[in-house]
Design a protein around this ligand. Structure first.
Ligand SMILES: [Mn+2]
Length: 373
């Protein structure tokens, strides 16, 4: 299926005529379907060719992986292992810790960690980074990624700096999993329940449970196809959101009670020290979702959670509640990034020092927005 799918079509449209010719040809024949197919073939062409030529592949992602990161990695792994028998191995590897909440994902146990992996090759034919905006966020996996014969960057962050040989950065996509779905469709790799569960998880987590502005009609169409292929919405939702450990609920209640605000209450922030995590016997991942609770407060336009890292720096998680406030740009000032309304960075200072550096920039953003209104 895979062989027939991409070889016949790509040969016909791309190698001989290129995109412009195939577009004119399709218009001439009034075949809109062909236009769609040839457009995605142009975008994915180099990637599809590289997959066809690779014998060994590894897939990696940013440190501190989330549902989209892991879902996209595993979706690709399941799909390629099933549909590309010429691939001798598809290894998934991440740097750093993996949140427990994603243990339900099919194949999650096969994801290796750079810190402990002993079976990795020193050089792969193909290295794929998913859901990662810049190469330094690959952490310990970066050297392996850079050593690959072909490097690929598949992502949807607007801050992505196109760090690979092949870059597929679809900033209009809600999730990397949505991009992965489009690629697999173009390759005519059939969905199954495992692939669908992984990609569905990526989409539901990056759309905040289908409630952010990135929840487009296309997202819903993709999601419907994933459900038809075996993704179970009730099961996945329960795994992700309805089963929180007690330490998580208590930690977040504590941190939420200590939320601070500026005078107009347009900016709300809270601080999570290592001591606070220890007090509740909680891990870093148990702060997930806290920033949303602050953003939900009616007056708040920017919500921030400042977390102390083990090495004494400050990890910032930030949300905007207005389309007019681009928090990704503010995070860029500190070497971070993300999406317009959801972003983050690591500041090289303690959680006591960080607010004084960060808050004036946020105040300025709110002021600019109010002036424009
Ligand atoms: Mn993502």
């Amino acid at each position: 299926m895979f062989q027939r799918g991409f070889q016949a079509s790509s040969g016909q449209f791309q190698s001989q005529f290129g995109w412009v010719a195939s577009y004119i040809w399709a218009r001439y024949n009034n075949l809109t379907q062909k236009i769609t197919i040839s457009r995605s073939l142009v975008i994915f062409q180099d990637f599809i060719t590289a997959v066809g030529e690779a014998k060994t592949m590894f897939i990696t992602a940013h440190v501190g992986p989330d549902g989209d990161t892991l879902g996209s990695m595993l979706g690709f792994k399941h799909a390629f292992e099933k549909a590309c028998p010429h691939l001798q191995r598809v290894d998934c590897v991440i740097s750093g810790k993996m949140p427990d909440v994603y243990q339900f994902l099919p194949g999650i146990k096969d994801i290796l960690r750079m810190e402990t992996a002993t079976t990795l090759l020193t050089e792969y034919d193909m290295g794929i980074s998913v859901d990662c905006g810049s190469v330094d966020r690959l952490g310990l996996a970066r050297p392996l990624f850079e050593a690959a014969k072909v490097s690929v960057n598949i992502d949807h962050h607007i801050s992505n700096d196109r760090f690979a040989a092949i870059n597929i950065v679809e900033t209009s996509a809600a999730a990397s999993a949505e991009v992965a779905f489009d690629i697999l469709q173009t390759m005519q790799i059939p969905m199954d329940a495992n692939i669908a569960t992984c990609l569905y998880t990526g989409i539901i987590t990056d759309t905040g449970g289908f409630k952010y502005s990135n929840t487009t009609a296309k997202v819903m169409e993709t999601t419907a196809k994933l459900i038809n292929s075996g993704a179970n919405p009730e099961y996945i939702f329960k795994q992700l959101y309805d089963e929180q450990p007690q330490c998580q609920v208590m930690l977040q209640a504590d941190a939420l009670l200590n939320t601070r605000f500026n005078a107009e209450k347009t900016i709300g922030w809270t601080v999570a020290s290592r001591e606070l995590l220890e007090k509740h016997g909680a891990l870093d991942e148990h702060l997930d979702g806290l920033v949303e609770s602050i953003r939900r407060i009616d007056s708040v336009l920017i919500a921030v959670v400042l977390k102390a890292t083990v090495d004494g720096q400050t990890k910032v998680s930030i949300r905007s509640d207005s389309h007019q406030i681009d928090v990704s740009a503010v995070m860029g000032v500190f070497g971070g990034g993300g999406h317009k309304m959801a972003a983050g960075c690591t500041m090289p200072m303690t959680i006591d020092e960080a607010p004084a550096k960060l808050l004036p920039l946020l105040e300025e953003r709110v002021r600019q927005m109010q002036l424009q209104a």
